[in-house]
Design a protein around this ligand. Sequence first.
Ligand code: T5A
Length: 211
Amino acid sequence: MTGKSAFITLEGIEGAGKSTCMALVARLLEQAGRPPLQTREPGGTPLGEALRELLLGHRHEGMADDTELLLMFAARAEHLQNRILPALEAGRWVLCDRFTDATYAYQGGGRGIDLGRIEVLEQWVQRGFRPHLTLLLDLPAEVGLERAGRRSAPDRFEKETLDFFRRVRETYLDLARKQPERFRVIDAALSLEEVGTQVSRVIRDFLEAWS
Ligand code: T5A
């Protein structure tokens, strides 16, 4: 393995286990001598976290779909320029809880915004930059929502219908089918231990192949 840094993202519907797996992936990277910068979207910078509050809180329930989309990309532009890219350029690995695939899945699949319009913004903000590896934690929407519901009060997204989250899941799976070189799909409906085994295997393989 050379000193090249990598950008790894975790994706999935609510309650899929992203936060839980993030800790495991961070530990595995640390053990491999690559302690990652751990961050999340929307968020990751002071401005991004302020936008996160606007996006997830209940103060703006009637937010227009395009406003939501643009705020996601505004937070992402800030995050990329001020945190993700500087870390990668400094040789640090970056591990992020959600990134642009979430925009395709939630604003595209969930809200029904045309995917071509999202692609325009992706290109504008990212100029071709994409994660090197994305772990998609996949499970039925019912199971994820039930887990998320046990953990905390619903945010603005978690109040959406089951059909919304089914569309989000399908869009994620579609992205994974179209970009198999980047995505690894994890069966997140299994026990924590079994999910951990799958995640460990993916990270080990990635570390071996990355140069
Ligand atoms: N969003 C985000 C967009 O709409 N567009 C975008 O572009 C972006 C970037 C962010 C919200 O913003 C939206 C998507 C989201 O709605 P968030 O807090 O990042 O919100 O994401 P959530 O999905 O809400 O985070 P959660 O904490 O609900 O889900 P996690 O992190 O996937 O799940 P986790 O690890 O907290 O686990 C939930 C519970 O399940 C248990 C855990 O112990 C925990 O109690 N659990 C398991 N139980 C049994 N078996 C397993 N295998 C388990 N794995 C976890």
